[in-house]
Write a protein that binds this ligand. Structure first.
Ligand SMILES: [Zn+2]
Length: 239
């Protein structure tokens, strides 16, 4: 095979590697961000439970204050009882005391329910915090792997760019121009193999007369269908 074709095949393979590495390198930070977002959901869950507990505590404290307030009123009424003048007044105060005691008993029941609720919420909080710790560990490990991968790929990319540049320096400019012009139009592959009468770029049959010319050719040939640079070889040689 012509040396120039070999050089173009090598150039293209370097460009393919560079394209893939660049693509992966762009995706890794997105993967890292997604991992961090996963954590923020875990953190939000902990925060929501903590807010719920604070809310329950607030209600509980309000009920507690209400009981203390009522207890004070009961004490005052007890004192008042000692100085009442009429029977009617006496019964009214007794009734008031009874109502305050009933109200306190009702409030106490509510407070017990809120205590149960807080116990459940604290259990949930503990589980949620444990889940967060686990998630942080997992995310940190995954991030470490991704960061290592990124470093490795950056090194690989630099090496490949060097190799590509070395190759570029050896390719005659007229040949390189042809390659670049095809690449501009075809985006991905500019040089493709012809195998068993088929162009590996467009997967279409090459007319037999053209195919014979490609097989024998010493000059650069193009696929009659997709106009990519085409070469004949039984195996892909990228050296
Ligand atoms: Zn083709």
């Amino acid at each position: 095979m012509k040396n120039e074709i070999k050089m173009l095949i090598a150039l293209q393979s370097f460009e393919d590697i560079i394209f893939n590495l660049t693509d992966s390198l762009e995706k890794i930070p997105i993967q890292i961000k997604a991992l961090e977002e996963e954590l923020s959901e875990n953190k939000k869950e902990v925060e929501n439970i903590e807010n719920g507990i604070a809310q329950t505590k607030k209600i509980y404290n309000e009920l507690d204050a209400k009981i203390k307030d009522n207890t004070e009123r009961i004490k005052k009424n007890d004192i008042n009882l000692m100085s009442v003048k009429t029977n009617k007044e006496y019964h009214a105060i007794l009734k008031a005391i009874e109502n305050l005691k009933l109200a306190n008993s009702d409030t106490e029941d509510k407070m017990i329910a809120y205590l149960d609720q807080m116990e459940d919420e604290n259990k949930k909080l503990k589980a949620s915090k444990e889940k967060l710790v686990e998630a942080v560990k997992k995310v940190e490990n995954k991030k470490l792997v991704l960061e290592k991968e990124m470093e490795q790929k950056k090194k690989e990319l630099n090496k490949t760019v060097e190799k590509k540049n070395a190759k570029l320096a050896k390719i005659p400019s007229d040949i390189l121009n042809i390659y670049n012009n095809v690449k501009k139009i075809k985006k991905n592959r500019a040089i493709v193999q012809a195998l068993e009468g088929i162009c590996k770029g467009c997967n279409l049959n090459i007319p037999i007369q053209e195919y014979i010319k490609i097989q024998k050719s010493e000059s650069i040939k193009f696929c009659p269908n997709c106009h990519r640079i085409i070469y004949y070889n039984t195996s892909e040689n990228t050296e």
